[in-house]
Write a new protein. Structure first.
Length: 407
């Protein structure tokens, strides 16, 4: 029998089928991006023996390196994500492009988009990753791509000014080097984590700060090096299984929740419904903007004692306030919708339920189906009167603001 992983005709068939689907669903919108993703065979940049069904699954990344602890540290991103990020970048022939987070596959797409008159530099902090990328690019006709091993939080020597900086690892902050090496009329595309939520954001420079043009839900392997950032876990006292996850500092003293699980779990349904296929992006961002104690909750199912009952044990939208915490759940509401409910524990659980319910209802009335918030990135020394936003997140190298467009 013919090995389907080495069957060029089958690979071509699956590649075109995948691109047809991404185009028809709107993830690929330009003829240029469609053409290069049809032209470059993904199987040349994935580990040998990877089944073509995995290589050409539009929604799944292919892992290329795992740490000794089993953590994924490098991958070929899902084609859906690569497609919409290339669209966000708006790359033209002759441009100079910096890719942060290497692997080879995406750099090949970039080289095709900029053409022979353009230049692509791909950077990664891991020498194993850059060695693999350099080899694969050379073997497949892209030797002109410059591969650099470096911490991209620092300026890249010999780069000059980039027309596009495309970041393909999850970032918590925006290092000054990225704006310093960006053409004033250029574009930065970066998967940025804000309050535990990651969005691929296309930024342009405007009046001394970065301002978003578009934002897409995504997930990425986190960045390593000087800008690496670990979320903070708050293990709820009295349990071994409930972890509240905070991205920008815990807003309460951890001891305040010591007695939360000794109170009965308050459960309520809000009357707010959402279609099973309706995007959650604005709901997530609305809660992150409006709730001071916003976080996410995860449950260790192997230690589950029943103190919490989330719909998704791995990821629940949650919040803390004073001595209480709460999280969202859903239940079916007819054939096509689900209804949001709230579970809360702690002496002031009812107050937290009221706050979450009001926020959900405000979203349903004001934000549902509307535009994403505007995301702005300011330097750390920007003063309060210079920063515009409904929620400001202070990070090491930047101040990031989230605000809803004016009605």
């Amino acid at each position: 029998m013919t090995d389907p992983t080495n069957n060029a005709d089958e690979a071509s068939r699956q590649r075109h089928k995948m691109i047809d689907q991404l185009r028809d669903e709107g993830w690929i919108t330009s003829l240029e991006v469609e053409a290069v993703m049809r032209r470059v065979p993904r199987e040349l940049f994935t580990p040998p023996g990877t089944p073509l069904t995995e290589v050409y699954d539009p929604w799944s990344a292919v892992v290329t390196k795992t740490s000794e602890h089993g953590v994924q540290t490098s991958s070929v991103s899902a084609a859906q994500v690569q497609g919409f990020m290339l669209e966000q970048a708006q790359i033209k022939p002759g441009m100079t492009v910096l890719e942060i987070g290497s692997g080879g596959m995406n750099a090949a797409y970039l080289a095709e988009l900029v053409g022979p008159e353009g230049a692509v530099t791909t950077v990664d902090i891991d020498p194993d990753v850059t060695a693999r990328a350099e080899r694969l690019l050379a073997e497949n006709g892209y030797a002109r791509v410059r591969v650099v091993t470096a911490d991209a939080a620092e300026p890249i020597p010999g780069l000059g000014m980039a027309d596009v900086i495309l970041v393909t690892v999850g970032a918590w902050d925006i290092p000054p080097a990225w704006t310093h090496q960006l053409n004033p009329k250029g574009r930065l595309v970066v998967p940025l984590r804000m309050r535990g939520l990651t969005r691929s954001i296309s930024f342009v420079l405007k009046d001394g700060h970065l301002e978003s043009e578009s934002a897409k839900v995504c997930g990425f392997v986190p960045m390593q090096g000087a800008t690496e950032h670990q979320e903070q876990l708050l293990l709820v006292a009295g349990t071994e299984e409930v972890a509240l996850r905070f991205d920008d500092g815990v807003p309460i003293e951890p001891g305040q929740l010591d007695n939360a699980v000794t109170t009965p779990r308050l459960e309520t349904w809000t009357g707010v419904t959402i279609g099973r296929r309706e995007p959650l992006a604005t709901l997530q961002m609305h809660l992150a903007i409006t709730l001071p104690g916003f976080c996410t909750m995860s449950l260790d199912e192997e230690k589950n004692s029943g103190v919490v009952a989330p719909t998704n044990p791995r990821f629940s939208l949650a919040a803390v306030a004073d001595d209480s915490f709460a999280y969202l759940v859903v239940r079916p509401a007819g054939d096509t919708d689900v209804e949001y409910g709230i579970h809360a524990l702690g002496r002031h659980a009812q107050q937290l339920v009221d706050e979450l319910t009001a926020s959900l209802r405000d979203w349903a009335t004001l934000r549902r189906g509307g535009p994403d918030p505007i995301i702005r990135v300011y330097p750390t020394d920007a003063t309060e009167d210079q920063v515009v936003g409904d929620r400001v997140i202070d990070k090491t190298h930047s101040r990031i603001s989230l605000s809803w467009p004016a009605a």
